[in-house]
Design a protein around this ligand. Structure first.
Ligand SMILES: *Cc1c(COP(=O)(O)O)cnc(C)c1O
Length: 372
C-alpha cells in the first residue's frame, strides 16, 4: 500500500527528539502557552521573515483573529477564493462579515489578480488570498490593488510553510499571515495548532490579547476575546519539527520534480509552478477529466489519493445563503471535477513514486483504447 501521507514514518525518523520534547513539557507542567510556545513563536516568525508570531490553537483560529485584528466585522466584505478548504470562508463568517469570491487563475488555482477589482465594493475591508497546495498566490498585483483601496491583506498560508514568492517568504507579504499546524500540514503538531505572523506591533499586541480572553494582564479584559491558546506540548513538538522543515521541504520538491519529469507525456496534466515561486508541495495535484476513474484505478493498485477539493465553497450547502449557483466561478468548478492529489510526503521513496507513475501511465494509456 502507498499511503497519501505517512506520519508514522516521519515520527520514526525523529522519535527520540519528539519524545524528549514532550517529556520536557510534562516535567515543566507549562501546558498552555509557556516558554516552549514563546520560543516557537519567535523561531517560526523568523522562519517566515516576520517580526512577531502569535501561537493559537488552530489555523482556523489564526484566520479568525487576524480578521478581527484587521477590524473586520458585521457589514464588511472580505474577498477570497471559492477553491479552498472551507475554513478560509468559515473564519470570515465567524466575524459576521460577508465572503465575496473571486475565481482562481485556471493554471495555478490561486486568486486571479485580474478579477479582483470587479469584486471590490465600498464595504470591502480585506482580501484573503490562499497559497493553495503550497504555492504562493500572485501577491504583487493583489497587494498593490489592496493598498490602492486601503484594504488589509491577510494570507491564508495554512498549506505553505516556507514557500517563497519572488524570493520572499510568504506570510509576511501582506499585513498578517495565517498558518495551520494540523498534523497533515507540512509542519504538523501532535494535535492541533496555528499561528499568525505579522510585522505590525499593534496587530501583534491585539492578537495576543484576543487569543487569551482579551486580557491585557491577568483578569483585566479590555476586549471580547477567546480561548484560542496554543498548548505547551505542541509548541515543544513544533520547535523540534521546525528544525527539520527545510530538509522535508526539499524532499517534497524533489518528489514533485520526479513526478513532473516522469508524468511528462503521460496524458495527465501536472501542476503549474511559477518560476518566481518556491512551491512547497503540501499537495501535488494532477488534473484529468476522468478523475474518479483514475482514483479508482490507482486504488486497485493500493495507491491512496485525495481530492482537494471536490466541491468549491460557493456550492457548499453550508454557504447556500450567499446565493451562488453553478457557473458563477467556472475555473474553480472545473478544477473541483479534475484535480487528484497524489501521494506526497517527504519520506516518499523513489520506488513508491515510480509505482504511482506506472499506474497513472497505464490508466492514461488504457483509457484511450477502451473503446471496443
Ligand atoms: C488546514 C487549512 C485551514 C485550517 O487550519 P486548521 O488548523 O485545520 O484549523 C485553513 N485554510 C486552509 C487553506 C487549510 O488548508
Amino acid at each position: 500500500m502507498i499511503p497519501f501521507v505517512d506520519l508514522k514514518s516521519q515520527y520514526a525518523g525523529i522519535k527520540p527528539e519528539i519524545d524528549a520534547a514532550i517529556l520536557g513539557v510534562l516535567e515543566s507542567c507549562q501546558f498552555t502557552l509557556g516558554s516552549e510556545v514563546a520560543h516557537f513563536e519567535a523561531e517560526f516568525a523568523a522562519h517566515s521573515g516576520a517580526a512577531f508570531g502569535i501561537g493559537v490553537n488552530t489555523g482556523t483560529s489564526a484566520l479568525h483573529l487576524a480578521l478581527l485584528a484587521a477590524g473586520v466585522g458585521p457589514g464588511d466584505e472580505v474577498v477570497t477564493v471559492p477553491f479552498t478548504f472551507v475554513a478560509t470562508v468559515a473564519a470570515i463568517r465567524y466575524t459576521g462579515a460577508k465572503p465575496v469570491f473571486v475565481d482562481v487563475d485556471p493554471e495555478t488555482l490561486t486568486m486571479d489578480p485580474r478579477r479582483l477589482e470587479a469584486a471590490l465594493t465600498p464595504r470591502t475591508k480585506a482580501i484573503l488570498p490562499v497559497h493553495l497546495y503550497g504555492q504562493a498566490a500572485d501577491m504583487d498585483p493583489l497587494v498593490e490593488m489592496a493598498r490602492a483601496h486601503g484594504l488589509s491583506v491577510i494570507e491564508d498560508a495554512a498549506q505553505a510553510h516556507g514557500a517563497e514568492y519572488k524570493g520572499r517568504r510568504i506570510g509576511s507579504l501582506g499585513d498578517m499571515g495565517c498558518f495551520s499546524f494540523y498534523p497533515g500540514k507540512n509542519l504538523g503538531a501532535c494535535g492541533e495548532g496555528g499561528m499568525v505572523v505579522t510585522d505590525d506591533p499593534t496587530h501583534a499586541r491585539t492578537l495576543r490579547m484576543l487569543r487569551d480572553w482579551g486580557a491585557e494582564r491577568k483578569y483585566h479584559h479590555v476586549m471580547q476575546g477567546y480561548n484560542y491558546r496554543l498548548e505547551g506540548i505542541q509548541g515543544a513538538v513544533l520547535r523540534v519539527k521546525l528544525r527539520h522543515l527545510e530538509r522535508w521541504t526539499e524532499q517534497r520538491r524533489a518528489a514533485a520534480a520526479r513526478y513532473d519529469r516522469e508524468l511528462d507525456g503521460s496524458g495527465v496534466v501536472t501542476p503549474t509552478a511559477r518560476a518566481y515561486n518556491r512551491h512547497v508541495y503540501h499537495v501535488y495535484a494532477i488534473r484529468t477529466p476522468n478523475r474518479d476513474a483514475c482514483a479508482a484505478a490507482l486504488a486497485t493498485r493500493g495507491i491512496q489519493t485525495g481530492i482537494h477539493y471536490p466541491v468549491p465553497v460557493h456550492l457548499q450547502p453550508a454557504h447556500a445563503d450567499l446565493g451562488h449557483a453553478p457557473g458563477d466561478f467556472p475555473h474553480s468548478e472545473r478544477a473541483a471535477t479534475e484535480v487528484l492529489s497524489l501521494p506526497m510526503f517527504p519520506e516518499l521513496a523513489a520506488e513508491q513514486a515510480a509505482a504511482v507513475v506506472d499506474a497513472l501511465r497505464d490508466f492514461a494509456g488504457g483509457s484511450d483504447v477502451r473503446t471496443h
